[in-house]
Design a binder for this molecule. Sequence first.
Ligand code: ATP
Length: 434
Amino acid sequence: MSSEHTKLIIGIDDTDSREGMCTTYLCALLRDDLSSFVQVISEPILVRLNPTIPYKTRGNASVALFLECRDSQKVIDLVIDTVASMACLDGENTNPGVVFVIEEQFGNVKNKLSSFFRRAVKDVITIDEAKELSSELDLKFRAFKNGRGLIGALSACGAMLDPDWDHTYEYLAYREKEVWGTKREVEELSLFEADRQTYPDTWDTVDHVNNITVCVPHSGDPVLYGIRGKDISSVEKAASFVISEPVERMCIYRTNQGTDMHLIHVSGISEIKEMHSYILEGEVFSEPATIRGGHTIFSLKDSAGNLIDCAAFEPTKNFRELVRKLIPGDRIVVYGSVTENTLNIEKIKLLELVKAYEIRNPLCPSCGKRMKSAGSGQGYRCKKCGTRSEFTENKELKRDVLPGFYEVPPCARRHLAKQLLRFENDDLPIYPGR
Ligand code: ATP
């Protein structure tokens, strides 16, 4: 395009409610509508922000488009009109935000927007901070209702301007409008075939352990399915195997899904705050217990002696069986988000497993009979010959688990959690939850 054209980044967030819509759909629609008079420069961005934010509809996503156009004001007006007409503005928690960054601003705003993006993935940000930054950087923006969506919209612009973050791709196929809210028609066998043909270059399409498909959502939004993978050609190849109802449109996004970008390394529990996500090393302190609802919980002790509850919740299915095998003293590293003083485990590294013993009353050294307790704190006594002993019999048990790196199955995967298959050169064996 000629020099009178200008490049433009558009960040959008918080347009949907639980009843319908999806910000990624709006992004795909805009990309298609705009492409008749603008040039789309790169694939759109879909970033997942702090997964513990309570206002999120589902996965705390926000999106950005990168265009080159002749008349930026025309594009800005069209985007604002489209958001105003398509966003679920009646939704109690829907507060759309749209941010525009024009080419001449890129150099000045890049660092601040990029660090804002990185903070929004890990930290909690106020609406005022987002409004102040938009004004300070002199960005064009539009905030609807309380404007909370500006946080995500600014972050997505920051992600577009910053090339230095680990990324994966997602191919999202969208449904025709008439069928939104009805049961999705996607042949399950075709999803297993798509996985068979492209795994490990794509992942989390199906869950083999639990024998279910995981790439087809169940809510009323326009997404038909999403294929995640390491590059564009792999997700396209997987999608080519999927047999389904008609696809209205599709879009491939560059994304921070599957990167662990939300996790913060900490050396102790005293550094941990609510609504943040961590990598924490410690020692299993209490025997894992399964409570009502099927959640398995144990407490972890750090080197300072502080404790935190760690949970494998019911949706993590077979992963709970692994957690139930832990015993006090095991040295582990947990990966996950902290809410309500509990760390929700996404992955776990078993560094060192202590020996397990079955403790029994001793056998009598004289007559070979099993001895009885002689009373609290008084050791053991043989009923037959009267021999006494102070020592229990400790029989070493085989631990039915190995040191290694384990993850929840695909059906329980959080968007940001990095799949074990994406880890290279880890010093422990890797046991994917597939
Ligand atoms: P969907 O996945 O269907 O697109 P969603 O789960 O992305 O929906 P939103 O409707 O976008 O949820 O709501 C999340 C809200 O939280 C947005 O307004 C976003 O700006 C805001 N938000 C995102 N990250 C943070 C953060 N780190 N601190 C505070 N607010 C945040």
